[in-house]
Design a protein around this ligand. Sequence first.
Ligand SMILES: C[S@@+](CC[C@H](N)C(=O)[O-])C[C@H]1O[C@@H](n2cnc3c(N)ncnc32)[C@H](O)[C@@H]1O
Length: 204
Amino acid sequence: MTTSPTHFDTAARDWDQRPTSLQLAAVPGRLLARLPLQASDHVLDFGAGTGLLSTAIAPQVAQVTALDMSAAMLQVLDEKGFANITTRQQDIFAGLPEQYHAIVSCMAMHHIADTAALLRAFAAALHSGGRIALVDLVQEDGSFHGDKAANVDKGVQHFGFEPGALQALAEQAGLMDIGFNEILRVQQRNGRAYPLFLMTGRKP
Ligand SMILES: C[S@@+](CC[C@H](N)C(=O)[O-])C[C@H]1O[C@@H](n2cnc3c(N)ncnc32)[C@H](O)[C@@H]1O
């Protein structure tokens, strides 16, 4: 059975040149400043896309698993030629066979309807003491991705997140020391600037 290409399959080739991606290039350095990593670590990048986070993290750790549903996005990442990045094309809920020292993500959580289940999956896949560093939109009015049709086309499930609600879900999933920082404001063509948070935390 063949499946129809998603928005991300179609956008993959030009992804890194989008105005939003050019602004998001500031995220990895700021995230790494708040995520303690060791050279022996194995990191999972959820919704890795073309590797915004994976390619910045790979030089600092032993292994990065870049997980994404879109084969075309991962193809662009594979072509970047990082020996210690393993791309894995699957749905996040299809099961994670390994344990990770950290799970990172940029702008992927808002595509997942069941945030509580996502955070439970992250907690289950972390080693004891493992960390999360998750970047996404602060709650907005649905205008970040364009109009209503654009939100449907792009598979948007949440118009950002309210930090307090997200913290409660993370704690229910068994994570602790949850913290939020504003990591970037993304300027959109409508003239507005949308804040993104970095949510950090760890598994006991
Ligand atoms: C907005 S893109 C972000 C890509 C990259 N992290 C970046 O910041 O440039 C969201 C990514 O999440 C992936 N994605 C969405 N739902 C997913 C799921 N259920 N399982 C795995 N990947 C998913 C999409 O294919 C897409 O590549």
